[in-house]
Design a protein around this ligand. Sequence first.
Ligand code: HEM
Ligand code: HEM
Length: 186
Amino acid sequence: MQLDTPQQLSKTTIILHWVVGLSMIGLLAVGQVMEIFELYSLYPIHKALGFLIFFVILARVVWRFKNGWPTPVSQYQRHEQILSKLVHWVLIIGTILMPISGFLMSAVGGHGVDVFGWEVVARNPDPVNAGKVIAHNADIAGTAHTLHGIIGKIMMGAVALHIAGALKHHIADKDNTLRRMLGKAV
Ligand code: HEM
Ligand code: HEM
């Protein structure tokens, strides 16, 4: 399989970056909106897509460690290199922790996880009130819920910094960083 070179990123890197990146932006937005406005009809699709994208995320992490990180297109100031590396790490670790915490919150919390009709984890209904569920372990589910919220906020900040960085390279520095991630040879 073709690896990244400083002149051109491989198709694998580019496809995985945009599939995972755009899905994460969508899931962060849907998660935030459905929670604030209590749009319960969006919960099943958020959970199902979040579950499925986890497998693409795992493939991306394996690829990232096999291939190494892309080499910067030119020599930047040291603080800029450190900040961009830090943000890349936060983004890649966040992509792993968000689906895991979401899955645990729902599965251990008794709500179950259903992926477009495939019951991955069954609901655990309360025998007294079938509309409610009983948590298998309320502490673990509660911690996972808190983490899903906190890591989600950290991800939103990191994604904003990351996009600002990509635009700075493209507009202010006028370099090929964004062009290379769009598949152009530089
Ligand atoms: C894969 C990436 C995912 C992202 C980026 C994501 C993002 C978010 C965000 C930002 C929120 C709002 C949290 C808050 O404001 O406190 C949220 C809520 C939620 N997420 Fe996810 N999520 C993902 C995956 C999952 C998965 C796999 C599940 C379950 C299988 C899940 C279940 C939920 C549930 C049930 C809520 C609502 C919690 C509540 O009502 O308090 N998420 N998600
Ligand atoms: C519109 C949104 C986005 C734009 C314009 C964008 C742009 C870029 C660019 C230009 C690079 C190459 C940096 C370099 O050459 O050093 C990059 C790398 C990267 N981006 Fe994004 N990105 C976006 C969204 C995201 C999101 C949402 C995530 C998080 C899930 C993400 C995670 C990463 C990571 C981890 C890298 C390092 C290289 C890799 O692992 O493929 N990006 N991005």
